[in-house]
Design a protein around this ligand. Structure first.
Ligand SMILES: [Zn+2]
Ligand SMILES: [Zn+2]
Length: 362
């Protein structure tokens, strides 16, 4: 087994991200971030208080990318845009990057209003429909038992298995049909070609759009300047390796897209410095994997016991729920690399360092 250094390598400062736009658009405002691409913000009633949406010039009007949650304030923000700077604009389509409600929430509302198609990945469409059909399904006993087996109390298991359900309902009904976007497709919008990319880890088949001509990437939540996207294992896929998929996606973005790409993210400010940010995110996760390996090098531990290794500060129950699922993602990554192994003992799932000679973390 290769020991992983728990220290993070220093980042070269000269590659630090640059922000071409100092300010973000306020309510009822749009900013042109590139010829034929406008940026607006829709409010969210959370600590992360906004989502970025974009309008891309299309052949006969404008394509909307992402929408905000189905909430009165978000609808009011759209009304201010549509009666303000977008008054008289023709909307041609709604493109959705992924199924999280802050992005897909008003897709159905906008598609119906303008009688335009919804374009997204199959996983985004079906995941959203699935949650809408039965948002309470994840409270089922087997899912709660899954969390209890990982060392959580019944109370915490209940919180983790039910958290986010109100949020997941903040989605207007989707159109009954959609147009599927698949990685490798080319989308022509107003004469500009966008390569359709997809990334996993944060959400399955998250769509990103890259203009090879202009070096512009609509990155959604895959790469954000100062937020580390949530990477979680959920009870429905207990052995999933979302962190492995996420790291693979970051490596692919770094190797296939130019360093001077202007990144238009789903939250916060647009930036230039894609490669630097991807390396930073990779180092961040490698460091956390190393902390976990160090913590259970000589003893078996449950996920609940490992949680404070990654999140030492006090957390409220909901934060602990997300912290648990993130911890699980790091453990599953190390198990997939055969650096850690599971055992089932005293009705608990526990993990420890694998016997020497196994595994290597990439
Ligand atoms: Zn997201
Ligand atoms: Zn988001």
């Amino acid at each position: 087994m290769r020991r992983i250094d728990a220290k993070m390598p220093p980042m070269p400062l000269e590659d630090a991200p640059r922000y071409p736009f100092v300010d973000a658009p306020g309510p009822g405002q749009i900013f042109e971030v590139a010829p034929g691409i406008f940026w607006a913000r829709i409010p969210l009633p959370f600590q992360l208080n906004h989502v970025n949406v974009y309008l891309i010039q299309d052949d006969e009007g404008w394509a909307i990318v992402d929408t905000g949650i189905a909430h009165d304030d978000a609808k009011a923000a759209w009304e201010a845009l549509l009666s303000g700077p977008l008054a008289g604009w023709t909307i041609t389509k709604v493109i959705i990057t992924h199924y999280h409600p802050d992005h897909i929430g008003l897709a159905g509302w906008l598609c119906e209003r303008f009688n335009v198609p919804l374009l997204t990945s199959q996983a985004s469409y079906l995941s959203c429909i699935n949650l809408a059909l039965d948002p309470g399904a994840l409270e089922a006993r087997p899912y709660r038992d899954f969390y209890v087996q990982h060392g959580l109390t019944e109370e915490m298991a209940s919180i983790v298995s039910t958290q986010g359900h109100a949020y997941q309902r903040m989605v207007a009904p989707l159109p009954l049909t959609f147009r599927r976007l698949v990685a490798g497709d080319h989308l022509l919008l107003g004469g500009r070609r966008f390569d359709v990319l997809s990334g996993d880890g944060h959400a399955p088949e998250q769509i990103m759009l890259f203009s090879p001509q202009d070096h512009i990437l609509l990155a959604a939540d895959q790469v954000i300047a100062k937020i580390t996207p949530n990477i979680s294992v959920w009870a429905i896929e207990p052995d999933g390796d979302p962190l492995g998929l996420y790291l693979r996606s970051l490596h692919a973005l770094m190797s296939s897209l130019p360093a001077d790409t202007l990144v238009l993210p789903g939250h916060q400010l647009p930036f230039i410095g894609l490669h630097h940010r991807c390396s930073e995110l990779i180092s961040h996760h490698q460091h956390r994997c190393a902390l976990i390996t160090d913590a259970c090098r000589s003893k078996f531990m449950t996920l609940a016991e490992l949680l404070p290794v990654l999140f030492p500060r006090p957390l409220d129950p909901h934060q602990r729920g997300f912290a648990f699922s993130e911890t699980h993602a790091h453990v599953n990554r190390m198990v997939a690399e055969k650096i850690l192994v599971w055992r089932y003992h005293d009705n608990l799932r526990q993990v420890a360092a694998a016997p020497t000679g196994c595994g290597q973390f990439k």
